[in-house]
Design a protein around this ligand. Structure first.
Ligand SMILES: Nc1ncnc2c1ncn2[C@@H]1O[C@H](COP(=O)(O)OP(=O)(O)OP(=O)(O)O)[C@@H](O)[C@H]1O
Ligand SMILES: [Mg+2]
Length: 493
């Protein structure tokens, strides 16, 4: 009957992933396994966990490199199912079995079978049982049948140059409401031709968002050009972006296309757009508004055939107030802003991310199993992470290296709370604001007065930013921005 169920999910499941899930569930009913998984080969040869039962949530989105996992690379070359018996060979899922607090006993049953569709290798199916004899009951022929069904169910690999398996489209992990919302925004905005402004604190994944917007757009097959505006000198920035003609200035010995032209048919990402000097901002505005650019020293205009994504970790409204950023350009960019949330606002994602970074780094350093102690996870989840996801990644890597130094011999590493050196304070539960005994700092007092003034003005203005601005004697854009920041009004989309 499990076989029939597997066949039915192949023909009846609404999506390829549902079909794989159904096949694995049926397989798990034939024999007492602790984990089963289907790994699908990406174009670059990496294996992505596409469907699984019995692994921890950290395995979702996990990408394994076969050269780092001897069992997987042997399975990929095998003609049929292989059963692994050498306990010295690391199991690819060590540390990832769900419901296992302790280490995985190296002496457990493990088998893998390559998945072929129309003679093409598409992935691997794996089974693990903690009971060393746990897989004795399933015959190789049955494994082959389930493997054939899984291969048939596997989604077709994305065409070269586009789709999810592009190495550029690195996955954004997180299941918090904030991440779900960000994902929906990307889904919604990616197909549009419009300019998008991605803003958020350092290390929150702005570059990943920009890449995802490109990868999921109709321009995915075109070039993705990323320019770091902060890295360009004020003299060269215009020529870099827009190109120049021969003789435009000393040293311009030949004509040269700029990044706008290099990104033709694709996406141009202007990273750290807040660093653009004012003259270049004027040119950029013109490119966005009129859809044309001019090479430096050239009268002729070229049509802009790129989608622009601007990225910043600065508060551009403040930059406008201080005269460093053009208000008209910001208004133009602010039409579609995408905010990447700071990690402290989605602390529920921290365990998942930490486990993911541990698994990735462990694979990079030779597949040594790494596990996070529960108290370590708690400590990480309580930290404020001013450097956000990047800081978390680095903290996990450093902790692993530190543990390895203490335990250089092979075997599983367990990261404990003390292995993490976290700078700064833990995430404050709630700051003792206006506590009677302790005096308020000047900064806190100013922030409070400021908030109260905005709250009053917006309440008096019925939520209208223009009216609130008039009451406060500030510019409308400033009032609007502060209203958004303080949660007094909803952003319009
Ligand atoms: N949601 C996420 N899931 C997995 N990895 C993430 C996520 N967000 C960020 N990262 C990782 O964190 C690191 C920093 O991300 P990224 O470079 O996109 O940040 P950024 O916002 O551009 O930062 P900066 O402003 O400093 O340039 C990268 O290694 C990225 O892969
Ligand atoms: Mg960046």
């Amino acid at each position: 009957v499990p076989l029939l169920d597997a066949a039915l999910s192949l023909s009846e499941a609404p999506t390829a992933h549902d079909a794989l899930d159904g096949i694995l569930r049926a397989l798990a009913r034939t024999t007492p396994v602790d984990a089963v998984a289907v790994l699908l080969a990406a174009e670059d040869g990496a294996l992505d966990v596409a469907s699984q039962l019995g692994l921890t949530p950290a395995s979702r989105g996990l990408r394994l490199q076969p050269p780092e996992h001897p069992r997987l690379s042997r399975a990929l070359r095998a003609p049929g199912p292989i059963r692994f018996s050498d306990p010295r060979e690391p199991d690819p899922y060590d540390g990832l079995l769900a419901g296992r607090a302790g280490p995985v006993d190296p002496i457990h049953a493990c088998l893998a079978v390559p998945l072929y569709r129309r003679k093409k290798l598409v992935g691997v199916l794996t089974m693990d049982a903690l009971d060393p004899r746990g897989l004795d009951g399933i015959r190789d022929d049955d494994v082959r049948i389930f493997a054939a069904l899984a291969a048939a169910a596997a989604p077709a690999p994305a065409p070269a140059g586009g789709g999810r398996s592009r190495p550029d489209d690195r996955r954004m992990l997180g299941r918090s409401p904030a991440m779900a919302r960000l994902d929906r925004e990307i889904q919604l905005l990616a197909p549009l031709p419009t300019t998008v402004l991605v803003h958020g604190e350092t290390g929150t994944g702005k570059e990943l968002v920009a890449r995802a917007l490109h990868a999921r757009s109709p321009r995915a097959a075109g070039p993705l050009v990323i320019v770091n505006c902060a890295a360009l000198s004020a003299q060269l920035v215009e020529s870099e972006l827009f190109g120049h003609v021969k003789g435009a200035y000393t040293g311009a010995t030949a004509s040269r296309a700029g990044r706008f032209e290099a990104a033709r048919g694709g996406t141009l990402v202007l990273d750290e757009v807040g660093e653009l000097p004012l003259p270049a901002q004027a040119q950029l505005l013109r490119a966005l508004q009129e859809g044309e650019i001019q090479r430096v020293g050239d009268d002729r205009t070229h049509r802009v055939e790129v989608r622009v994504i601007a990225v910043t970790n600065r508060d551009l409204w403040r930059e406008v107030e201080e005269g460093r950023f053009r208000a008209d350009l910001l208004h133009r960019l602010w039409v579609i802003p995408v905010h990447t949330p700071p990690l402290r606002d989605r602390a529920e994602d921290i365990p998942l991310l930490a486990a993911h970074f541990a698994a990735v780094f462990a694979a990079q350093i030779g597949g040594r199993a790494v596990r996070l102690h529960g108290e370590a996870v708690e400590r990480l989840a309580g930290h404020a992470w001013p450097g956000n996801v990047r800081e978390l990644d680095n903290a996990v890597r450093r902790a692993i290296l530190r543990r390895m130094a203490d335990a250089p011999a092979g075997g599983r590493l367990e990261l404990r709370p003390d292995d993490f050196e976290l700078e700064g304070s833990p995430r404050a539960a709630s700051p003792p604001r206006r506590a009677t005994a302790s005096a308020e700092t000047l900064a806190d007092a100013l922030a409070r007065v400021r908030r109260e003034a905005f709250e009053q003005a917006f309440a008096g203005a019925g939520g209208n930013a223009a009216e609130a601005a008039r009451r406060l004697g500030v510019s409308r854009s400033f009032a609007y921005k502060e209203g958004l920041r303080l949660g007094l009004i909803e952003g319009k989309r």
